[in-house]
Ligand binder design. Structure first.
Ligand code: CTP
Length: 418
C-alpha cells in the first residue's frame, strides 16, 4: 500500500484545464497521491480518461454519477463527504470565476462545491481567466472572502492569455501550485511527522493583533499588525490538544475553531484581559503588537483641522513585563520582538530585559515577512538556544514555534516526575 498523502485535484471548465494534467504529474513527483474531480464544464476541455490513466483512480465528474460508490471499494457512503474527509488537500486548478463565486457564497450544487463545503482540509485555489474578469470587483471581492476564510490563493501570472489579451489571469506556473500545496499541507502537519497532542493538558493564552489607542472619537494610533501570527499560533495550539484563550486586538480574522476568543481594543483592555486570565494559563504567548504609547488625554470631540498640532502621548503599561512579575512559577512565557535593525543583538537584550522564557525575534523591515504578511521568518531565542525559523507561512512558523515550546515544556516537566 502506498504511503503517499491523498490530495484531491478539482478541475473546472477553463481553457487552462489541460494544465491540470501537468499539475497532477508534478504532485505525483512530489510524493502525493492525487485523485481528480472534474466539473461538467471541465470535461468539455479534457477527457476524464486522461486523468484516470495518469492517477490510476476513478475520476469523479458528477454528484449523481451512476458509478458513485462503485470504485473497487475506494469510496463508500455519501461520496462527496467521503472525498471531503479522506483528502489532505483540495486543489482547484484552474479555478474559474464561476467556481470562485460559488465557493465564496456557499453554493453547493455539484460534486466539487459540496466537497468544498464539507472538507476541513486546506483548500488551494489557482484561478485562471480573462484579465478583465480577474480584475472585476466581483471576482476580487470573492477572492478576498475566500482568503479571509483561510483558502490559499495561488495568484495568477501576467502574460498572454488564451483570449488574446495581455495581463493578469494566466494560471500560475504548475510548480508554484505544487509548492503552495506543499506549504499548505506542511502547516497542517499532514506532510511532516504528525504532532501528537503534545500540548494536551496545557492552557495556552495567546495575544494577537495590533492594539488601537483612541485620539478622538474617530481616530486612533494603530500599527500594521494583521493578527495572522497570533491566530495561527492559537489554531495550532488547539490542534495539539491545548485549551486556548485568544486575547485579540482588532483584526479581520475569524475566531479559530475551538479557541476561546476575548476581543479587546486598547493596550489597557488587553492588559486587563491578560492579567485576568493569567492564573489559568500554563503557557503565555504575547504575539500582539501592543501600542507603546497612548494619548495623555483622549479628545472628547473630533479634533478640527487647525494648523500644526502636537499630540501629547504617555507610555502604556508593558503587559509582558507585568505578567512575568505576576505569573505563577512554572508558567512558560514567550514574547515576540519586532525589530527593523540589529535583529539578533536587540532580541538578546530584549529576552533578558523582559525576563521571558523565550523570545521570537522577527525582522519586520521586509515585505515578505512580519506585519500584514502571510509569511514570516525569525529566530527562537532562549537564554541558551538560538533556533532559526526559516521563511515560511505563518501557519508553518507557528508549528515550529510550538515544537520548541512543547519540547521545552516536556524538558522542564521531566525532573518533577523522577
Ligand atoms: N509588549 C507588551 N506591552 C507593551 C509593548 C509590548 O506586552 N506595551 C510585548 C509585545 O506583545 C511583545 C514584546 O512585548 O511580545 C516585545 O514588543 P516590542 O514592541 O518588540 O518591544 P518593546 O518592549 O515595545 O520595545 P521597543 O519597542 O523599544 O523595541
Amino acid at each position: 500500500m502506498s504511503e503517499r498523502v491523498k490530495v484531491t485535484v478539482a478541475v473546472t471548465g477553463g481553457i487552462a484545464a489541460y494544465k491540470a494534467v501537468e499539475v497532477v504529474r508534478q504532485l505525483q513527483d512530489a510524493g502525493f497521491d492525487p485523485h481528480v474531480v472534474m466539473t461538467r464544464a471541465a470535461t468539455e476541455f479534457v477527457q476524464p480518461l486522461t486523468f484516470a490513466a495518469i492517477t490510476g483512480h476513478k475520476v469523479i465528474t458528477s454528484l449523481w454519477s451512476e458509478d458513485a460508490g462503485a470504485s473497487g471499494g475506494e469510496m463508500s457512503g455519501i461520496e462527496h463527504i467521503n472525498e471531503a474527509q479522506t483528502t489532505a488537500a483540495l486543489i482547484v486548478v484552474p479555478a474559474t470565476a464561476d467556481i470562485i463565486a460559488k465557493f465564496a457564497n456557499g453554493i453547493a450544487d455539484d460534486f466539487l462545491t459540496t466537497t468544498y463545503l464539507a472538507t476541513t482540509a486546506p483548500v488551494i485555489v489557482a484561478p485562471a481567466m480573462n484579465v478583465n474578469m480577474w480584475n472585476h470587483p466581483a471576482v476580487q471581492l470573492n477572492i478576498a472572502t475566500l482568503r479571509t476564510r483561510g483558502v490559499h490563493i495561488v495568484e495568477p501570472d501576467s502574460g498572454y492569455l488564451a483570449c488574446g489579451m495581455v495581463g493578469g489571469g494566466r494560471l500560475a506556473e504548475e510548480s508554484s501550485i505544487v509548492a503552495a500545496v506543499a506549504e499548505a499541507l506542511a502547516s497542517t502537519g499532514a506532510a511532516r511527522t504528525p504532532q501528537p497532542g503534545d500540548l494536551a493538558g496545557e492552557t495556552v493564552l495567546v495575544t494577537a493583533g495590533g492594539t488601537r489607542e483612541p485620539i478622538d472619537p474617530v481616530r486612533y494610533i494603530g500599527n500594521r499588525s494583521s493578527g495572522k501570527m497570533g491566530y495561527a499560533l492559537a489554531a495550532e495550539a488547539h490542534r495539539r490538544g491545548a485549551r486556548v484563550i485568544l486575547v485579540s486586538a482588532p483584526t479581520s480574522l475569524a475566531a479559530p475553531a475551538g479557541c476561546d476568543r476575548v476581543c479587546v481594543t486598547t493596550a489597557e483592555q488587553m492588559r486587563a484581559a491578560v492579567l485576568e486570565r493569567l492564573p489559568d494559563a500554563s503557557i503565555v504567548i504575547m504575539a500582539a503588537a501592543v501600542s507603546d504609547y497612548r494619548m495623555a488625554e483622549v479628545a472628547s470631540q473630533k479634533l478640527k483641522r487647525d494648523g500644526a498640532r502636537t499630540l501629547r502621548l504617555e507610555p502604556t503599561a508593558d503587559i509582558l513585563h507585568e505578567l512575568v512579575e505576576r505569573k505563577r512559577p512554572g508558567t512558560f512565557v514567550v514574547g515576540f520582538a519586532a525589530e527593523t535593525e540589529n535583529v539578533l543583538v536587540n532580541g538578546r537584550a530584549k529576552l533578558a530585559r523582559k525576563g521571558v522564557d523565550a523570545l521570537v525575534v522577527n525582522d519586520v523591515s521586509g515585505t515578505a515577512t512580519g506585519f500584514d504578511s502571510d509569511s514570516n521568518a525569525g529566530v527562537f531565542l532562549t537564554p541558551s538556544q538560538e533556533i532559526e525559523l526559516p521563511l515560511a507561512a505563518k501557519t508553518e512558523m507557528s508549528a515550529l514555534i510550538l515544537d520548541e515550546v512543547a519540547a521545552l515544556r516536556a524538558a522542564t516537566r521531566e525532573p518533577a516526575r523522577t
